[in-house]
Write a protein that binds this ligand. Structure first.
Ligand code: NAD
Length: 301
């Protein structure tokens, strides 16, 4: 009663959903639980497998708290590396995973939604994606191309998303991206320019909040999430050790769940957060607040 997250009659676009094991899926589900209709953007190379998973293997994760089954209003192919089709290299455009996908760029997705639903048609846009081809390389061994690719896919993509989707979002709408503490402090093993991309993402969140606020009345925020063994994070390699370390060190010692990030995202996307923009909200069981690991607490006596 009273205060509840109410996203009835709101439509959301969640970019970066390719399975049910990451934050994007959990955020989409939380938005649906709050009453929103959700469209998702899926990286073309994972489109077929995602559609197969949806048909065959996701009954449990698609089940909502009232027992009904979640359905996405639309699943669009979406590659955040490209703003317009003319930027896509020929070999990518003609490759098996891309050639029959239509316009999978950021502008292409915006155009597709505009034609389908009219303008404006969204209230919430979520950027839950990242890609750093050299993430396993120490920064000292990262190539210029790898670094720029990480920043392009993981940070500029958010600037482009806000820019292209701003006009599609109804006044007072919400944009959200997902960051990580490596933006603010050194995290050994999070290389390849990914920490630089997250630092850019958090900085851009602040300036985009100003510009999108003044231009359209939209809000722009980031969630800095604790480590979670999604498909993307598992590819980094050190994720299990990171999760254990966070659990030993954080104020709250239970494992961080994707649902907790989903709920935070639903709150930030809702009218309850109408006063919040330009912020990075840590959803990490308080790890970010610790300067010294709990393990070093002096022994009693
Ligand atoms: P995930 O695998 O669920 O999500 C990443 C998605 O990005 C995948 O669906 C992938 O296909 C997609 N993707 C990759 N390149 C793309 C491109 N060029 N265009 C469009 N989509 C592309 O993993 P996740 O860990 O939930 O990641 C979601 C977000 O959360 C990312 O921004 C990630 O950096 C952030 N994050 C993750 C953790 C963690 O430990 N898992 C912690 C903090 C922040």
């Amino acid at each position: 009663m009273g205060l509840s997250i109410d996203l009835e009659n709101k439509r959301a676009f969640v970019a970066g959903v390719g399975d049910d094991g990451g934050f994007g899926f959990a955020i989409a589900k939380a938005l649906v639980e709050a009453g929103a209709t959700v469209c998702v953007g899926t990286w073309p190379p994972t489109m077929n497998i995602f559609q197969t998973l949806l048909r065959r293997k996701m009954d449990k994760s698609l089940t909502l708290s009232d027992g009904s089954k979640m359905a996405f209003e639309k699943i669009v192919p979406f590659d955040a590396m490209y703003d317009t089709l003319d930027q896509v290299p020929e070999d990518v455009r003609t490759s098996k995973r891309y050639r029959d996908r239509g316009d999978f760029t950021i502008a292409g997705a915006a155009q597709l939604f505009k034609e389908e639903f009219g303008e404006p048609c969204f209230d919430v846009v979520v950027h839950s994606l990242a890609n750093g081809p050299e993430v396993k390389n120490p920064l000292l061994e990262t190539s210029r191309a790898g670094y720029l690719s990480a920043v392009s896919a993981s940070a500029y993509s958010f600037v482009s998303l806000v820019s292209h989707f701003g006009p599609l979002v109804r006044e007072g709408g919400s944009f959200l991206c997902l960051s990580y503490l490596a933006a603010q402090g050194a995290v050994p093993g999070y290389g390849g320019g990914m920490s630089s991309a997250k630092a850019a993402l958090e900085s851009d969140t602040r300036l985009l909040a100003y510009e999108a606020g003044r231009k359209w009345g939209h809000r722009v925020n980031a969630i800095s999430a604790g480590p979670y063994a999604s498909r993307a994070a598992s590819a980094i390699g050190v994720i299990r050790r990171m999760i254990d370390y966070y659990e030993e060190t954080s104020p709250l010692t239970s494992p961080l769940t994707a649902e907790e990030v989903g709920q935070g995202a639903a709150f930030l996307s809702s009218p309850l957060a109408s006063g919040i923009t330009g912020t990075t909200l840590h959803i990490d069981h308080g790890y970010h607040a610790m300067a010294v690991p709990a393990l070093s607490e002096p022994a009693e006596g």
